[in-house]
Ligand binder design. Structure first.
Ligand code: SF4
Length: 451
């Protein structure tokens, strides 16, 4: 039987309660809707339980009413929820939902509130953001400046996937579409007592379908937020407050718990694959048109950034040039790998096409992904390029490498991943320290000369 919690401190320090202000919510994980997976091996097994994966009409009606009633009374007061979605405010609301949803995928609600408030102070609208070079914002402004209003059109904007598109379309523009994040998966898995692997693409597709059946046609945005809110505050991973749950009457996991089951058995806990170690040489490469490093003005320097491929880890995001190494490697091996990469990809050759003004090891940084522990060896390289930036040509094999050179102002306002940002900060710190040391040396030399 599930216990009757009133207010408990959980193992991870969070508190379970119906009082919204007391709750430390869970970081939101988006669940990517899989593409057509009809050939997947698990298909026949899922089809056998197809009927179980449909809500009855009366269940749908009861869930909608109970959940929305609960949400109206208990929803947390969050800055992006205060934005009006009347005709004048829809664009602002869409912008707020976009920013908050992206942030919520990275960290907890409590942290996001402060980030969000600072973000909208700095970039109060999509137009301001587009000036700061965020690709998606630029594209919307270039296309006329109005937010696309449907999932299908939103998905065409760089950086907006199924989840974020569903959130914006339903919350800001009332499109009747579902949104499925980790919280929603948990609630649905318990409501329908689904024990299939929640990470399996066929199962994920079913969760999207179930959420689609439930979404309220009159208040889609609020319904989606209510479902996510329920997962974050009541139907928590380890200690759900079933006695306070507005949809407990429709919950199959709770019904099974009365026969000896445990609600937290749903969704199935997938054993995480062991983290593998990877190593990469990262080169923060500054290109300058000056021959003299000391005379050079920071503003005239540009950093080379390359875009990751559209699939796989950190798909489509900008990063500094890097090369994966098979193992921990010494400086000479790392430099050789970077040299080869720069020559092959950009025709940069220290002996022929450019002059190296500075090359220093900056340090190491370990970035942890869910399944990878990536150790990055960071170096700082400044080159003078005969002929300037114009001559920096991509000659990558496929000819489809996307890259750009950004000055420090553009770099500091770009939407970079935390790993890339950390590497950049390391290099900035290194430059500051070197400058301080150089200034002290100069002062000492002058003082010696005076004596
Ligand atoms: S009854 Fe309990 S397990 Fe079922 S949805 Fe509500 S909180 Fe979750």
């Amino acid at each position: 039987m599930s216990k009757t919690p009133t207010r408990r401190t959980l193992k991870n320090g969070t508190i379970s309660s119906t009082k919204s202000s007391d709750i430390t919510p869970i970081k939101r994980k988006r669940v990517v809707k899989p593409k057509n997976t009809s050939n997947n091996k698990g298909q026949s097994e899922i089809e056998d339980i197809e009927d179980l994966l449909k809500f009855k009409e009366e269940e749908i009606a009861e869930i909608r009413v109970s959940l929305l009633e609960w949400y109206d009374k208990n929803k947390r007061d969050l800055p992006w929820r205060r934005l009006k979605d009347d005709d004048d405010g829809k664009e602002k609301k869409a912008y707020g939902v976009w920013v908050s949803e992206v942030m919520l995928q990275q960290t907890r609600v409590a942290t996001v509130i402060d980030y969000f408030n600072r973000w909208v102070l700095k970039w109060p609208s999509l137009y301001h953001l587009s000036l700061a070079s965020l690709e998606g914002a630029k594209k919307i402004i270039e296309d006329g400046g109005n937010f696309p209003r449907t999932v299908s059109s939103l998905k065409k904007v760089p950086g907006i996937g199924e989840y974020t598109a569903g959130a914006i379309a339903s919350i800001a523009f009332n499109e009747v579409v579902p949104v499925v994040d980790g919280n929603v998966v948990r609630v649905l898995a318990r409501l329908k007592a689904i024990s299939a692997n929640p990470k399996d693409s066929v199962t994920v597709k079913k969760f999207w379908s179930l959420a689609g059946q439930l979404v309220d046609p009159h208040r889609p945005g609020e319904f989606n937020q209510a479902l996510m809110e329920l997962g974050a505050t009541i139907c928590t991973p380890t200690s759900p407050s079933c006695s306070e749950c507005p949809i407990s009457a429709q919950c199959h996991a709770l019904a099974l718990s009365r026969q000896g089951g445990i609600v937290t058995d749903y969704p199935l806990k997938v054993v995480k694959a062991k983290q593998r170690n990877e190593f990469s040489a990262v080169c923060v490469l500054e290109v300058t048109e000056s021959h003299n490093l000391l005379e050079n003005n920071q503003k005239s320097r540009h950093c080379l950034l390359v875009k990751r491929p559209d699939g796989g880890l950190l798909a489509g995001l900008w990063e500094f040039p890097s090369v994966l190494l098979g193992q921990e490697s010494e400086t000479a091996i790392r430099r050789k790998a970077i040299d080869k990469y720069l020559k092959t990809s950009f025709n940069l050759d220290a002996k022929k096409t450019c002059k190296v003004l500075l090359r220093e090891e900056v340090g190491e940084y370990v970035h942890i992904f869910s399944h990878i522990r990536l150790k990055m060896y960071v170096e700082y390289l400044v080159i003078h390029l005969n002929g300037g930036l114009k001559l920096l040509q991509s000659v990558s094999d496929e000819g489809n490498m996307i890259w750009k050179c950004a000055d420090s102002k553009e770099l500091s306002s770009m939407g970079l991943t935390s790993g890339v940002r950390k590497v950049y900060t390391m290099v900035q710190q290194f430059k500051e320290n070197s400058l301080t040391a150089a200034t002290q040396d100069t002062k000492q030399t002058k003082s010696r000369k005076r004596r």
